[in-house]
Design a protein around this ligand. Structure first.
Ligand SMILES: Cc1ncc(C[n+]2csc(CCOP(=O)(O)OP(=O)(O)O)c2C)c(N)n1
Ligand SMILES: [Mg+2]
Length: 273
């Protein structure tokens, strides 16, 4: 993939369109969290990650872990658009017999670990980061977490571990869309003061607009923010971003876009079905 030539705004648009079509076709959930993460994924794959579709198992590659594995449609769309597997595979998402199941599955080119049971991605990323540091091989590890999975004790156990082991090759990005399955994060289990919590665990934390490609790119490019500290990027996002009637609406965690919803959404994006 020629990173210099990737137009990340266009890539993010393609991720959104694919995810809408995939969840419509499969009658599957999680479109809201796919849309909130699309810009972060586009910037990561559009020039930050040292990964190549031709050698997805290169031992010296950067590792990307989508800890919020229910956003499978978004990462599959990203990997397909970046050449890891044919875009046609996306048409089979979540269908019987498909390689592409509803949560992220190891074995698909470009996927590092199976995920979807929330709270496991950061612990796994810590192990990968520690191994890379001990091997002194220059590999970096990036994990994308949801705000909801910051309710999981395993996430904070991993945060403690990363700070203790000075894993400055590890960057956690939080898709802070303020909504989880059944309610607003603030009402279900408030995370604030969020950045201060990460700092107290030995991390260097920054906050960005998770839909500003410039801000996301700058933060990712500048990690590690401090020597000997893991980096946390709190990305303020909007669940359902890019489709007016899905933005900040709880129901789009589980609802799938009907044919009519899909048509309306694509029309807003200037795309024909
Ligand atoms: C351990 C675990 N418990 C429950 C679930 C069911 N579940 C799927 S998504 C989700 C929460 C969705 O909210 P959030 O984690 O904030 O994701 P996003 O808003 O980014 O879609 C839950 C509880 C799960 N996948 N794993
Ligand atoms: Mg959320």
């Amino acid at each position: 993939m020629s990173k210099a030539s990737v137009d990340t705004l266009s890539l993010a648009g393609k991720i959104r369109v694919h995810a809408l079509k995939m969840t419509n076709r499969a009658h599957s959930s999680h479109i809201g969290g796919c849309l909130s993460a699309a810009d972060i994924l586009a910037v990561l794959y559009g020039g930050i990650l040292n990964v190549e579709p031709g050698s997805p198992e290169n031992p010296l590659r950067d590792r990307f872990i989508l800890s919020k594995g229910h956003a499978a449609a978004a990462i599959y769309a990203t990997l397909a658009e970046c050449g890891f597997f044919p875009v046609e595979w996306l048409d089979t998402f979540y269908l019987d017999g498909s390689r592409l199941s509803g949560h992220v599955t190891r074995g698909i080119p470009g996927v590092e670990v199976s995920s979807g049971s929330l709270g496991h991605g950061l612990p796994i990323s810590c192990g990968m980061s520690l191994a890379a540091k001990r091997d002194n091989n220059g590999c970096r590890v990036f994990a994308l977490l949801s705000d909801g999975e910051c309710d999981e004790g395993s996430t904070w156990e991993a945060a403690l571990f990363a700070g203790h082991h000075r894993l400055d090759n590890l960057t956690a990005i939080i898709d802070y869309n303020k909504i989880q399955s059944f309610g607003m994060v603030k009402e279900v289990l408030d995370l604030e003061p969020f950045a201060e919590k990460w700092r107290a665990f030995g991390w260097s934390a920054r906050e960005v607009d998770g839909h500003s490609h410039g801000q996301i790119r700058q933060a990712l490019s500048e990690a590690p923010f401090e020597k000997d500290k893991p980096s946390c990027i709190i990305a303020h996002t909007v669940k359902g971003k890019g489709v007016s009637f899905m933005e900040n609406r709880l129901e789009w965690h589980y609802f799938y876009p009907s044919d009519e919803d899909l048509e309306k959404a694509l029309a807003e994006m200037g795309v024909t079905a």
